[in-house]
Design a binder for this molecule. Structure first.
Ligand code: C5P
Length: 240
């Protein structure tokens, strides 16, 4: 497993909120020594870099989940801007191709404190039929494996993938390749709109480094307690 030993912050809480006040209310109830935070397109578009700075002031590491996908020069500049913000992890679409991925890598390598660079392979919302419509005559899992090879070869630190793919990704790309997995539900948890969920224990056993979790924590009556319970499940596997 690529996750550095001694750091138990393997859960990334997804701040999927439309407004800053609700997001900050949740953040105030979490502990930066126990988790990291993910900020995506909706909240970032509303709240911007100032919100990221407030999370940093509270000592949280931030995964800036904006999935950059553009020409190499533009993506490199966006990655540079994310690094200037001091985020811990940033992501790009592997479908942007090798030159785009390498430009992102080069831009981050030039930075004093580069964030981890991870690639999205195939959005889980896309089925074979959708891929056919946009010109890919293949199955989503096959395309995801192929794009993970490209991401690895292009110098990405890891990929976002289903925990169900984590074992194969780990075998293919080695211990240092970071595997970031959403679609996690604690034992007995509600699936919400996720279809093929895994428990934290199953995900970590399969080789996941970081577990992205939203509603099981953000929707809990006591989010810190829900986080601690989940950490208990995670640590029972990793022996921490
Ligand atoms: O609430 P929940 O735990 O389902 O949230 C999962 C988070 O991970 C959301 O921010 C969602 O957008 C993200 N995600 C996902 N599946 C993917 C990629 C990202 O659920 N394949």
């Amino acid at each position: 497993m690529g996750q550095s030993s001694g750091d138990q912050r393997r859960i990334i809480v997804a701040l999927d909120y439309a407004d800053v006040e609700t997001a900050e209310g949740l953040v105030a109830r979490l502990d930066p020594s126990l988790c990291r935070l993910k900020v995506g397109n909706e909240l970032f578009t509303r709240a911007g870099p100032a919100f990221i700075e407030r999370l940093h002031a509270r000592h949280f590491d931030v995964f800036l989940d904006l999935k950059y996908h553009d020409i190499p020069n533009t993506v490199a500049a966006a990655c540079q801007a994310a690094a200037d913000l001091g985020v811990w992890m940033v992501n790009v679409h592997a479908l942007g191709g090798r030159r785009m991925l390498e430009a992102a890598r080069t831009a981050l390598d030039a930075h004093e404190h580069p964030p981890l660079l991870v690639a999205v392979t195939v959005l889980t919302s896309l089925e074979s039929r959708d891929l056919g419509e946009i010109g890919f005559d293949t199955r989503p899992d096959r395309l995801a494996s192929r794009l993970a090879v490209l991401a690895h070869d292009s110098g990405c630190d890891g990929v976002v993938c289903s925990a169900r793919e984590a074992g194969a990704m780990r075998r293919a790309h080695g211990a240092e390749f970071r595997l970031v997995t959403p679609g996690i539900r604690p034992v007995g948890g509600r699936p919400d709109d996720q279809r093929r969920t895994l428990t934290p224990e199953e995900a970590v056993s399969a080789g996941a480094d970081y577990l992205v979790m939203g509603r099981p924590i953000t929707g809990a009556s006591d989010p810190l307690n829900a986080l601690q319970d989940t950490l208990g499940e995670v640590n029972s596997v990793s022996g921490m």
